[in-house]
Design a protein around this ligand. Structure first.
Ligand code: SAM
Ligand code: SF4
Length: 343
């Protein structure tokens, strides 16, 4: 990627602070809405992907990121869709990696792991230190049912490659009633045995899928109660600055995180914003508020228009989300899928 014209010289860069005095320091940047899996809770089998011309170029993604770094964003997570299916994505990691220590403290990604065996070394060389990998089951047939692809061996290979490359791995598991509920202790024990922390996530009502998610909604408070009968869970003060709450599992020595957007509200300390692959800034995962950064970026006066757009984003970031998964057959809380907004 070229390094010319790469500075978005935003006039008098000031930190991004929203209307509730929350400083925004964490950008989750989706680089594609496409994916090589079709997890049933995430997207329908026949997912309509965006036309490629609507998606920001790698150059545009880089420029936008620089603009955010200048406004005080110190952590960037690359996500999707599946970020590693985007062609030449390693170029973006390399370019952003050069900002580490120069405004950027952390560059990371969330991946399904299928392409990781090819890219783990390059990611580590680019300066990535920690990585989130999604893993909902260790059973090959169940993985195929859940993701509609027979890809568990590739994912396990990817997890091993990440460890080999020296990346600190955290596994993310969506906990689902009647799907992987019975397997959660085994998954946690396996992850901790491999030296990886694991975070459980409640399924969220984002985008239409081919099933009713209420059937699979599993409150993590119940899961924690059950796990506490098997293991000693000691609440930890580890704070990721994010929505996860952590316990140390004394018997395994590993950390167990829980993200409970539906049974707990985690918005008060929210420091993050999300930008989709088409440059739409969503200040809240669970809200419809949106600002079009692509229009600003492609306008005649990109610098000035981006300053305006970011001011607007800070103004409209809501105080909290309003997820509700309790009603059978209800419309999703948001029509856009997690794969579009970036998980
Ligand atoms: N493809 C990558 C992956 O799977 O890790 C990155 C994007 S994916 C959208 C990010 C995370 O969102 C994954 O851990 C996935 O399990 C989670 N996810 C997707 N849809 C979800 C939903 N409706 N509720 C809760 N988590 C969801
Ligand atoms: Fe793809 Fe990740 Fe969604 Fe699964 S959760 S379909 S891997 S974007």
């Amino acid at each position: 990627m070229t390094r010319t014209r790469d500075r978005l010289d935003l006039a008098k860069p000031a930190p991004l602070v929203d209307g509730f005095a929350r400083k925004i320091s964490y950008l989750r940047l989706s680089v594609t809405d496409r994916c090589d899996l079709r997890c049933t809770y995430c997207m329908p089998e026949r997912m309509q992907f965006l036309p490629r011309k609507e998606v920001l170029s790698l150059e545009e993604l880089y420029k936008l990121s620089l603009g955010f770094i200048e406004r005080g964003v110190s952590k960037i997570r690359i996500t999707g869709g599946e970020p590693l299916v985007r062609r030449d994505i390693i170029d973006l990691f390399q370019s952003l990696g050069r900002k580490l220590g120069d405004g950027l403290d952390e560059l990371t990604l969330t991946t399904n792991g299928t392409q990781l065996s090819e890219h783990a070394d390059a990611l580590a060389r680019a300066g990535v230190k920690r990585i989130n990998i999604s893993l909902d089951t260790l059973d090959r047939a169940r993985f195929e049912t859940l993701s509609r692809r027979d890809a568990l061996p590739k994912v396990l290979e990817g997890i091993a490659a990440a460890k080999e490359a020296g990346l600190k791995v955290k596994l993310n598991t969506v906990a689902m009633k009647g799907v992987n509920e019975d397997e959660l202790p085994d998954l946690i024990a396996w992850a901790h045995g491999q030296g990886h922390d694991l975070t459980l996530i409640e399924v969220m009502p984002l985008g239409e899928v081919d099933e009713d998610r209420v059937d699979h909604f599993l409150p993590l408070s119940d899961v924690r109660d059950r796990l506490a009968k098997r293991w000693t869970l000691t609440p930890s003060d580890k704070d990721s600055g994010g929505p996860a709450r952590y316990d140390r599992v004394e018997e395994t020595g590993g950390m167990l995180g829980m993200i409970t957007p539906l049974t707990n509200n985690f918005c008060a300390g929210c420091n993050r914003i999300r930008v989709t692959a088409t440059g739409q800034l969503y200040p809240c995962l669970g809200g419809g508020e949106r600002v079009d950064l692509r229009a600003a970026l492609r306008s005649d006066a990109p610098e000035a228009n981006l300053v305006k757009a970011l001011a607007e984003a800070m103004h409209i970031k809501p105080e909290r989300h309003h997820f509700d998964i309790s009603k059978r057959g209800a419309q999703p809380a948001q029509p856009r899928h997690m794969s579009v907004t970036g998980g």
